[in-house]
Every structure is written in C-alpha cells, then in structure tokens.
Design a protein around this ligand. Structure first.
Ligand code: UD1
Length: 340
C-alpha cells in the first residue's frame, strides 16, 4: 500500500504512535498539528524512531485557508483525523469551545477534503458515545447515549460522516471507537504527557510512580465488580495505532466504510492496574479509597469481534506491556514537559 495520508493531530499521544505505524506500513504521511497539546520535539523523536524526515504543517483545522494550502501542496489518498479536545470534564465547563474545535474543526476539514477530492477518512471516535452499557461486552450496534459535550461532539462527527456518505457515495469512512488507551512506544521516545494533573487513571498512576503525585485516589470500592473498583478495557496505544492501518486498508483497497470498536474485550479494575504498575516500576504505590467520581460506572469493556472479523484487528499487547512501556517512558526525566 503506497498511499499518502494526511494525519491531523499527529504530534499528540495517539497520533504520534499512529504516525510510526503508518510509516512502518509504507505510507507517506503528512502531519498537521497546532501543538496546543503536544511538544514540538515529538517531531525529532519521530524522526529518530522512523529514521526518516517528518513533514509537518503547523496550523489549525479551523483555518480553512491553511487546510486548502496543505491540500494544494499534497495529493492525499486519505485523512486520519485526531486533532481535537478530549477532556470530558473540561467539555462540560466549555461546551462552546469543545463544539468549535471538535465539530466545526472537523466539518472545516471535511469541506476542504471534499474540495480537494479526498474522500476517505479514518475518524478517531470514543467508546464514550455508548454511555451506560445495557450489555457487556459492548457491541457496535449498542445504543448511543452520549453523556457529555465531548461524547456528543464525537457522535455528531460520526453522524456527519454517515450523512456525507449518503449524500455522495464517493465518501468512505472508518469510525474507530477507542476504549482506554494506555502504554507507550517501546523506544520510550513518545508517550502520554498530560499538561496538568491527569484525569485518567494510567497517567495518574504513572505520576505517583515517579513521585510527582503523593498517592492514587481510588474513586470508590463499592462498585458491582470483583474487587469493588471500576473495571475498564485498557488497550495498548501501539495496538490502537495499528488498528488504523487496517482501517485505512479497508477504505483504500476495498472502499468499505465501517464503525468498529478498538478494544481488547478484557476488563481490568483500578486495583489490577495499580498492582500491574507496581510490578513494572518495582515500587509499592500508595493509594487511598475516596468517594465515587460523578458519572463513573461499574464496568465498561468492548466487544472486539467485529474489528477482528471486518479488519482482522486484534490487540496483542498485554497489561504488563502497557505498564512497563508507560514506566519506561515516564521514568526518563527528559521525557516530561512538566517535571523540573
Ligand atoms: C475516561 C473518559 C472517557 C475517555 C476515557 C479514555 C470520563 C467520564 N470518561 O473514561 O471519555 O474516553 O477516559 O481516555 O472522564 N480512577 C481512579 N482514580 C483516578 C482516575 C481514575 O480511581 O485518579 C478510576 C475511575 O473511577 C475508573 C477508572 O479508574 O473506574 C478509569 O478511569 P479513567 O482513566 O478516567 O477512564 P474512564 O473513566 O473509563
């Protein structure tokens, strides 16, 4: 497959890992990023990992003129779209800001792509679009009940892609609903590095392991799960990234649109994650059980069957690999923009 792909948000956590896998698969990739939540030196690191020069345009997906210029200078076969905001709590506080970046940004990109005759899009969506599960594991045909502006934004973008396809059959889309990404690249050169105190479990545990945060707060141990703590479907970011290659193949080679979960099908509890991380970093990690976090649910994991049947996708990296690569990444001091 020698095709040229536009990768928006390619300097971010999942985007950068996807860049590596796309290049390894023989694709030519051009990154667009505004660096609002990514470091510029990610590009140097991507060059070290891939051994090839990175092409990146710095700019915003809300800037139609900028997108037109990028599209005029490159003949793309497809786009993979990550550029967006992803903090659920922040989306509740700033719904306008979220709508603008996530929905208006995406529709601006789609209009520019249409104009440039590029009509294959892989979209980074989220399993949060399902809301509270009626059944587990969650299949793709489960009802969608977004419970936050962020989840609603993602669902609106999914709907827009489906409507575009209905309006013009030349469009094809791969909508990928991610479960909980974790881990880092085995090179320890790229990984997750949140700007503020992390909201998510894995980066929070990582900061406890580095000593930057005193202890993990376990948000409730009275859930209906084996050990009482919340259970989620953690998927290695490298597996997640590889899923995009299979999705693109389906669009470029077969012209088949799809909506699939990127999940492992296995759930781990908060305490499972803490124990696995302790094993990886070789330390005991302090924690205290506090009250439940508003909006949290007992268990949430995906059905990976459709991704396997349709795309041949299977997550193969286990929990120990997620924790070990995360620890290798965060324990290198030069990797974090937040540590002295
Ligand atoms: C969150 C987001 C979701 C996003 C996903 C992956 C919310 C409501 N949902 O889901 O949109 O797709 O991350 O990025 O924010 N926990 C603790 N202590 C902590 C942090 C988390 O005990 O400091 C627990 C939570 O209660 C939960 C589990 O760890 O049981 C996972 O939490 P988190 O990493 O925030 O992911 P989700 O809540 O699944």
């Amino acid at each position: 497959m020698s095709s040229k792909v536009l990768l928006t948000g390619g300097a971010g956590y999942i985007g950068s890992h996807t860049y590596v896998e796309l290049v390894a698969a023989g694709l030519e990739v051009v990154i667009v990023d505004n660096f609002s939540n990514a470091r510029r030196d990610v590009l140097d690191r991507l060059e070290i990992i891939t051994g090839a020069k990175v092409t990146c345009y710095e700019g915003d997906v809300l800037d139609a003129g900028f997108l037109d210029q990028v599209l005029a200078e490159n003949a793309f076969d497809a786009a993979v779209h990550y550029a967006g905001k992803k903090a659920v709590g922040e989306s509740v506080e700033n719904p306008l800001d979220y709508f603008r970046t996530n929905c208006v940004g995406f529709s601006t990109l789609l209009a520019a792509l249409d104009e440039a005759d590029v009509r294959r899009v892989v979209f980074s969506s989220t399993a949060t679009v399902y809301g509270k599960p009626d059944i587990l594991p969650l299949p793709e045909n489960h009802a969608t009940r977004p419970e936050s502006p962020y989840a609603e934004n993602k669902l609106i973008c999914e709907t827009l892609l489906r409507q575009l396809k209905t309006s013009d059959d030349r469009w094809s889309y791969g909508i990928l609903r991610y479960f909980n990404p974790a881990g880092a690249h085995p090179s320890s050169l790229i990984g997750e590095d949140p700007n503020d105190i992390p909201n998510n479990l894995m980066p929070y545990i990582a900061r406890v392991a580095t000593g930057d945060l005193a202890r993990l707060r376990v948000f409730g141990d009275d859930y209906d799960t084996p050990d009482g703590t919340g259970v989620r479907d953690y998927i290695h970011v490298v597996d997640l990234a590889k899923g995009h290659i299979q999705s693109l193949r389906k669009l470029i080679d077969k012209d088949e649109s799809h909506i699939v979960n990127l999940s492992t099908g296995t759930g781990y509890s908060v305490l499972d994650m803490l124990r696995a991380y302790e094993k990886a970093c070789g330390k005991t990690l302090p924690y205290e059980v506090t009250g439940r976090r508003a909006g949290d649910i007992d268990g949430f994991w995906g059905d990976p069957t459709l991704a396997s049947n349709l795309l041949g996708f299977k997550a193969v990296r286990d929990l120990d690999d997620m924790c070990q690569t995360s620890w290798n990444w965060v324990s290198r001091k030069t990797n974090s923009r937040n540590r002295p």
